[in-house]
Design a protein around this ligand. Structure first.
Ligand SMILES: NC(=O)c1ccc[n+]([C@@H]2O[C@H](COP(=O)([O-])OP(=O)(O)OC[C@H]3O[C@@H](n4cnc5c(N)ncnc54)[C@H](O)[C@@H]3O)[C@@H](O)[C@H]2O)c1
Length: 296
């Protein structure tokens, strides 16, 4: 495999997890951040997560020295950076910054000018077209989507997305990278929401529309999908988890770009809650009230 050195841009919720799994997979990783506080926080989270994993491995019978040595070695493969130039010689750069297409396009244009010509670019975007970022980078044939799931350390899936311009070789390398960091890659074309969110977000939106029409209570909608379909949580609890603002911004983007797609609908109740600042678990209230991770 040609990828050895990986750059990750953004060390937030998703980025720190991508940095960690890449280091655990044996890659040298540059963790680049725009913000020193965010970088320190991200690196501290990784160190804590690695030591927790080592503890678990010891409990399961792995020799202590080996478990602690592996964690230390993985952390040692990570270099934090506040200087974009450190990304120039990376074989793969994965972007995990704020979900704002203009900001991402500007970043990929900079990377196109900065990185060696072989560097593969990837975005962890949940909702934007990969091809648009590839065009902004000036090397659309070397651009893919690598869509990891939260929490990256635990979730087994990575969606590997190819635009119409992505080269076969780059796509194969991106899939191989997904496997090398312990994930199961699924291939997908550059379509809105890829596989998972294309199915999940309209499902959440339909549940909100049911609630809005008064077809059933939020508790009953959630119980129905948990007990009837075996889902780990119902759609309204899930929306609270994802964040009502995030869900709204995904839907708004899709409705704007694909006004004739009947699956993309914005429930009024979602707009109203966001307007009131009830964004879900992270603000303590969405469709439910929350105390930390638990409904109160
Ligand atoms: N949160 C999720 O469940 C989830 C799941 C899959 C994909 N995603 C996608 O992953 C990306 C990151 O999401 P997140 O939840 O980790 O966000 P986050 O806010 O936790 O982290 C973003 C980080 O990027 C940094 N950043 C922002 N702009 C930057 C720039 N120009 N240069 C360098 N660093 C910059 C911020 O300081 C922050 O630490 C988004 O595109 C999002 O859609 C999120």
């Amino acid at each position: 495999m040609a990828i050895r050195k990986v750059g990750v841009i953004g060390c937030g919720l998703m980025g720190h997890g991508i940095v960690q799994v890449a280091a655990q997979g044996g890659f040298d990783v540059v963790a680049f951040e725009g913000d020193k506080g965010a970088l320190d926080k991200g690196l501290a989270r990784i160190e804590k997560s690695l030591s927790k994993l080592a503890e678990k491995a010891i409990e399961k019978g792995k020799p202590k020295e080996q478990a602690e040595g592996d964690a230390k070695a993985a952390f040692g493969r990570i270099r934090g950076s506040l200087d974009k130039k450190d990304l120039a010689d990376c074989d793969l750069v994965v972007e995990a910054i704020v979900e704002d297409l203009d900001v991402k396009k500007k970043l990929f244009a900079e990377l196109g000018a900065l990185c060696k010509k072989e560097t593969i670019f990837a975005s962890n975007t949940s909702s934007f077209p990969i091809g648009v970022m590839g065009d902004a980078s000036g090397r659309p044939e070397r651009m893919v989507g690598l869509h990891f799931f939260n929490p990256v350390q635990l979730m087994k899936l990575v969606e590997v997305v190819r635009s119409s311009k992505t080269s076969d070789d780059v796509f194969a390398q991106a899939r191989a990278f997904g496997e090398a960091v312990g994930k199961t890659p699924v291939s997908c074309k550059d379509t809105p929401g890829f596989v998972v969110n294309r199915l999940l977000v309209p499902y959440m939106s339909q549940a909100l529309l049911m609630l809005e029409r008064g077809d059933a209570s939020k508790e009953d909608i959630d119980a129905a999908m948990q007990l009837g379909c075996g889902y780990p949580m119902g759609p309204l609890t899930l929306t609270d988890y994802v964040g009502l603002d995030t869900t709204l911004s995904i839907l708004e983007g899709w409705v704007k770009t694909y006004p004739d797609e009947p699956a993309f609908k914005i429930p009024a109740i979602l707009r109203q809650k966001v307007k009131e600042g009830k964004l879900g678990r992270k603000t303590g209230e969405g469709f439910y009230r929350w105390e930390g991770d638990k409904k109160s």
